[in-house]
Design a protein around this ligand. Structure first.
Ligand SMILES: O=C(CO)[C@H](O)[C@H](O)COP(=O)(O)O
Length: 239
């Protein structure tokens, strides 16, 4: 089982890198979690063996991603130096039919969302366990919500989340279960309900950002899902 899941993560990651990295890809966002490890592995293989690739900068979304980039010998840079990213690869905790995602199971969703929002293309990589018809079915631990420490108790009274854990930005994470979110409107409502509370910095709901999802299956195949509306919105929002 564990081997099948790791194989699925690897196959999905390799397919995503091979389809989205070419001679015109210069700035790449690197997400966080166990699946993107394989993206960085494949990226480094190609960077070292294909002189035609002109990768100038890899932008991390966490301390973990920072170290992955450094250890792979890829060029590390920060978002402030490269505010427009060609493509970002990231994992997800759950992905619905519109490619809306719950992210932040690793506590990195604030920086992940900043990098995703600066990217012309946002590509999600995951294994078969993450695909869902509605958010909240597969990932039942709740939506990760990043809050500033001073507001932790007042916010917890309002939304009854479980936590906290400390993020790379020095904030706290509360996990808030709002039930099963069926359809784009329900996902947006849940995000708005949380983000409008004073002291909430970001939610783990990534709405209309992912244009592609590569999902590794247990049989070794990779399923590709696309959302053309999100692709266009994402590309136009960073230009
Ligand atoms: O959002 C994330 C971290 O904040 C991760 O991308 C998400 O938790 C998926 O991780 P993994 O690839 O290990 O399943």
């Amino acid at each position: 089982m564990a081997d099948l899941v790791e194989q699925a993560k690897k196959k999905a990651s390799y397919a995503a890198i091979d389809e989205h990295i070419n001679a015109n890809t210069h700035v790449i966002g690197i997400g966080s979690g166990s699946t993107v490890v394989y993206c960085v592995e494949r990226l480094a293989q190609r960077f070292k063996s294909e002189p035609g690739l002109k990768i100038r900068a890899c932008i991390p979304t966490s301390f973990q991603a920072n170290q992955l980039i450094l250890e792979a010998g890829l060029p590390l840079a920060e978002l402030n130096a490269h505010p427009v990213i060609d493509v970002t690869f990231d994992g997800a905790d759950e992905i619905d039919a519109s490619l809306n995602c719950i992210k932040g199971g690793g506590g990195c969703h604030l920086q992940e969302k900043l990098v995703a929002a600066a990217s012309k293309k946002f590509v999600v990589v995951a294994d078969y366990r993450k695909e869902s018809t509605a958010l909240g079915i597969q990932w039942t631990k709740g939506i990760p919500v990043e809050v500033i420490p001073m507001a932790y108790v007042t916010i917890q009274k309002k939304i009854q989340g479980l936590g906290p854990c400390v993020t790379d930005s020095g904030n706290l994470i509360l996990d808030v279960f709002l039930g099963v979110l069926t359809g784009d409107a329900a996902v947006t409502d849940a995000h708005l309900k949380l983000i409008t509370i004073p002291g909430v910095v970001e939610t783990g709901l990534f709405i209309g950002m992912a244009g592609w999802a590569y999902l590794g299956a247990a049989d070794g195949s990779v399923k590709t899902l696309t959302n053309v509306t999100s692709q266009k919105k994402q590309e136009s929002s960073v230009l």
